[in-house]
Design a protein around this ligand. Sequence first.
Ligand code: SF4
Length: 715
Amino acid sequence: MKPAKTLCPYCGVGCGLEVLPPARPGRPVNRDGEGNPIWQARGDRDHPSSKGKVCVKGATVGESLDRDRLKYPMLRESLDQPFKQVTWETAFSRIVQEIQQVRAERGPEAICMYGSGQFQTEDYYVAQKLLKGCLGTNNFDANSRLCMASAVAGYIKSFGSDGPPPCYDDLEKTDCAFLIGTNTADCHPIIFNRLRKYHKKNKRKVKLIVVDPRRTDTAKEADLHLAIRPGSDVALLNGIAHLLLQRGRLDAALIDDCTTGFSDYAELVQHYPPERTAEICDISVQELETAADWWGQSKHVLSLWSMGMNQSIDGTAKVCSLINLHLMTGNIGKPGAGPFSLTGQPNAMGGREAGGLCHILPGYRVIKNAKHRRAIEQGWQLPEGSIAPQPGLAAWDMMLALERGEVGLFWVAATNPAVSMPDIERTKAALSRSPFTICQDAYYPTETAAYAHLLLPAAQWGEKTGTMTNSERVVTLCPAFRQPPGEAKADWEIFAEVGRRLGFGPQFDFQDAAQVYREFVSLTAGQLCDMTGLSHDQLAKGPVQWPYPATTCAETAADKFDKRLYTDLRFATEDGRARFHPFHAKGLAEPPDPSYPFVLTTGRLYGHWHTQTRTGRIEKTAEMHPHPVLEINPRDAQKLKIQSEEWVEVRSRRGYARLPVLVTQNIARGTVFMPMHWGFLWANQAEVNALTHPEVCPMSLQPELKACAVQLTAI
Ligand code: SF4
């Protein structure tokens, strides 16, 4: 049997997979999916982004397909009742009744949907049309708000549009890789292996700088590790800019011809002389000068970042400050250079393209722009004014609206906010206030299902056909290669059926996912992410990187891959110039103090994925990290009189967690680290978000999940 070619459904590296069932003759698949063979996954050598490489998560994902699947719609009238299986007919009728009632009594803004970077682009697109186009509410947000919202905001502010400019080919063309706020070795391993190999081969001429308060596996490979104080990133970036300016390491032509705002920026960075910057960041002046020298002397600087930058009240400021460095030194639009956000979810990129956040619309358009709204209304054949002019509720604002009793219907799909949201006890209390919650997921139980009235079984990756876009803008068609279990349906089919039953028939008259995709790409015409040359038929021949307008007719590899944005140094702003945005550092929303003297920083582990909905159910990955541990510096451990494997209670102003410690030099004094993967299903009283606070970046509305103040007690 020929393997099915698809994409790994975990991280945004987007590795190509080949999946195939082991031969198991004589076991027919019944209507519950029992007898379905365990699909084996291996790297797809033909995939341009990964060339056959996979990490442990991709290699074992086939095992998760039949574990604890939700197979039938289930309903209950209140959270203290057990679920009862119902038909899809009952489920759809109930959804329509609830939506109509909430719209009539409280208005469309009392309806919220919280989606996911696990969606395929087609799922995202149909959800936008239903919520923003037909129901008249922009209250669609996704878990990308917790992940990449600051990158989106930074790109839009600096370049006029979302969209990461570099491609993976740049990993082997750079002479200085600057990794900030990213443990790439654990969280994006296939990208990091590629960079590590290239760096090892070219040790003399390629510099690797890693900025991270922890000595992660990524930092261990660095030529220079800047273990900055948590929250001091903006100061560091401004301090580097100060030195570059002082040393005349500027691209004056690019600054003059292609940007605006440089003089204000140059003035601001004067406030960051080396001694002051080093003190704020808790590094030496020499380390700071080395970083500035290496950046300034390099012709091709590539920066990579992920949650360490984005999950912060300074998230957008950090991203803009990093882009400022690229603009001032001309490190943009050429091989081996540029600011490169590494996406968390497998299709957060596709979600952004399809308008899957509460402030954007398909084709990298923004809701606040009247021309953008009109273009989408025309595309959807809706009367002018159908799309509300103000952004909807972002993820945390949905929790606040639930808390205030302002939500009449909350619909959560393919994500697990009862684990991943900040201040989790407050989140759970808010979720329990929802009059009617729909939880649409492939798995049961999940922590969020405990707060649902209606469970809808979703077909997942491999059981529906659709597209996903990875961090380097490569779009891959992911075909259905097996039957969904029980009565599970594709997310987009569920949304379309609800649309039809609400009376928006023609809008949702899609025969298949290919038709959904055709309509979506038509709305990208003329945008930075123009994909009008793509279709499911075209992508069935292999993945393609955008931009890919319909006018692209040549079929050479050069037309399809290794494309960079802004190679002509014309940006997506109205005047074509990029913007310098000067920012001072605000630091942490909750700095340590005598009562809560430690900074807790949070993150991911190599073998687990987010809230473990899949990896917790796979033996190999579950065994790699069987329980959470708190990393602590030996001198702090000595003061507390604790040793590795002994337990502590970690307490913040919001809650507590209890877990064993790992005493390690890899973490600085005064800082402790805890992984984010454990919800109440997987570990008792070890939820990291019992501790985190919900303060958000005012521009991206992304919560500062990365840091909060805690106290420790040995138990
Ligand atoms: Fe999947 Fe990411 Fe691992 Fe690649 S690096 S196999 S996309 S989890």
